[in-house]
Design a protein around this ligand. Structure first.
Ligand code: ZN
Length: 143
């Protein structure tokens, strides 16, 4: 557990035709965010979702090649392999109002609005992801 200060709020429009994870990462890079949390809403023209197989320690993925609404995309920014890393999950709905969701592996932006809360203060060390044998994931390093 770590305590961060108040932080800094950033809002950004993510651009049509670009990948949503690339768009979020570009905001972190432009604003110097190394630790933070975010949410986004909007719409994607296609998306790739992941589901982590806890027994097999690997993601299975599903690509959806049709437009979806981003009902809720939430995630965080931390450091993995010495660079900012985006971890995002998304709840989406299709034209029949059916919900789908999962770990966000990528998605083509139709329109998206990002709210990011920058927790990088320089006073508290950045969150860093390291390999975790128990889960097979890269999880936040304890202190
Ligand atoms: Zn995830």
């Amino acid at each position: 557990m770590r305590n961060y200060g108040e932080g800094r709020s950033i809002v950004a429009r993510l651009y049509h035709g670009s990948d949503i994870l690339d768009g979020i990462l570009s905001v972190t890079e432009a604003e110097g965010v190394s630790t933070g949390v975010f949410e986004a809403i909007g719409a994607l023209s296609s998306v790739e979702l992941g589901y982590y197989d806890q027994a097999g320690h690997k993601y299975k993925s599903k690509r959806i090649d049709r437009p979806v609404e981003i009902i809720s995309c939430i995630g965080n920014v931390s450091i993995r392999d010495e660079s900012p890393f985006i971890h995002a999950h998304a709840a989406l709905s299709d034209s029949d109002f059916n919900m789908i969701g999962g770990h966000l592996l990528g998605g083509m932006i139709f329109a998206a609005e990002l709210y990011m809360h920058d927790l990088s203060s320089g006073k508290v060390e950045d969150l860093v992801r390291i390999p975790d044998e128990q889960t097979g994931l890269h999880l936040w390093k304890g202190r």
